[in-house]
Design a protein. Structure first.
Length: 412
């Protein structure tokens, strides 16, 4: 969790800017809070709090909601007035680029989606054409949501792979075949609003830290997303960790097999993504089905509904022992990667998304058992391992969090 005093300004013209963000962050984290507690929590003077609160009230960003309920003992005399953010005072747009798909959402200040739209695209389609369609989708989402243009704080874009944060350029997305795609300028020039771009899984980690459950606001949180690829995002004291060239978190391309591994799209061999990902699980399931063409798995793959990965999980749900064993074997490799993550980063909490949302029952036990057994000196026993509560919307909520974080809550 970000410590309030770290956001308060100390010199020059930044003072009001930082102090205002400290107040907004406190309102986000505390839900309801009085002026007195705001001053105590932020370390700001009562006079400063009064001025900032009056400004936020005048702009319609916060509201008074009656007397504050004391979190401890009852107060003497008239109880202080409670304040809270007005979620619909401002909005953000989140754009999540997945592999072969794009999701767009308009959210309120608390990152709650008003609506979401999506589109699918062939992987061989040029990036420029995908961006044209995405821009049209963003405009449709803004129009359909009915929000005032002046209430839009900006657009957050979650990109696959490596991102140049200063320029907002998607440097390399191996699962899309994209190189040097200028995402920020593309959307900013077309929409005329601020745009923030970061790796999509780091954006998801930020969403969990800012808008997840109360106990997700820890000193160190890691978010791991596995679907077509595998990535991780780390939030330390409320701030995203990027690494020296914004390459932190590419655990999908850590080498798990030193020799004899399958080639990865990144150009290496033996990467985690070649051992645990949606395409790998589907291929393993198809190989099993070929061995037993009249079995439950083969029949489910042939006749079931929905994407192939959902049919694989359906066969496991229906009791196919070979499918369950295969899923546990694949999850074992993810457990090794999680143990490595624990050993290197030592997070308080790891949140899992993507495949783990759908296949929790069949993937989580093996992954968790391996992580706890393989992590150094009992570190695996101390970390909490959970599934994201945002479900399939975690990508667009994360992207929107980039805009909300930059506009309101993150010190510069």
């Amino acid at each position: 969790m970000i410590k309030q005093h770290e956001l308060t300004g100390t010199n020059g013209s930044d003072i009001k800017f930082h102090n205002l963000r400290a107040v907004l962050l406190a309102l986000l984290q505390q839900k309801t809070i009085s002026r007195v507690r705001l001053a105590r929590l932020t370390g700001l003077s009562n006079t400063t709090i009064t001025h900032l609160v009056n400004e936020l009230l005048a702009e319609g960003i916060i509201e008074e909601i009656g007397a504050e309920e004391s979190p401890t003992a009852p107060t003497v005399g008239r109880p202080p007035t409670a304040l809270r953010l007005i979620p619909t005072a401002r909005y953000a747009v989140g754009v999540h680029f997945g592999v072969g798909s794009v999701r767009v959402a308009v959210t309120d200040l608390l990152a709650q989606p008003l609506l979401t739209l999506s589109l699918e695209h062939p992987l061989e389609r040029p990036a420029e054409e995908v961006l044209e369609d995405t821009l049209a989708l963003v405009r449709s989402a803004i129009a359909e949501s009915g929000i005032r243009p002046t209430a839009l704080v900006g657009v957050g874009v979650g990109a696959s792979g490596l991102v140049d944060l200063e320029r907002g350029v998607n440097l390399f997305a191996p699962n899309l075949g994209w190189r040097d795609v200028p995402l920020r300028d593309w959307f900013a020039d077309a929409l005329g609003v601020p745009v923030w771009v970061d790796n999509n899984v780091r954006a998801m980690a930020l969403a969990e830290s800012m808008f997840g459950q109360e106990d997700h606001r820890t000193e160190a949180l890691a978010f791991v997303y596995a679907r077509i690829g595998v990535g991780a995002g780390l939030v330390v004291n409320g701030k995203l960790y990027h690494g020296s060239v914004a390459g932190a978190g590419e655990i999908g391309h850590t080498t798990l097999l030193g020799t004899g591994g399958e080639p990865c799209r990144c150009g290496n061999v033996g990467c985690l993504e070649t051992l645990f990902s949606e395409p790998v699980i589907v291929r393993c399931a198809q190989a099993l089905a070929e061995q037993a063409p009249d079995g439950l798995l083969a029949m489910t793959l042939r006749e079931g509904q929905g994407p192939l990965i959902e049919r694989v999980f359906a066969a496991a749900e229906q009791g196919d022992s070979a499918t369950r064993a295969m899923l546990a074997e694949r999850a074992h490799y993810m457990g090794i990667a999680l143990a490595n993550l624990v050993n290197v980063l030592n997070p308080d909490l790891i949140v899992l998304g993507g495949l783990f949302v759908q296949g929790r029952r069949w993937l989580m036990p093996a992954a968790e058992a391996t992580m706890r057994a393989r992590a150094f000196a009992g570190l695996g026993e101390r970390v909490r391992l959970e599934i994201t509560q945002f479900g399939p919307n975690v990508g667009v909520i994360g992207a929107a969090a980039l805009a909300l974080n930059s506009f309101f809550y993150q010190a510069t």
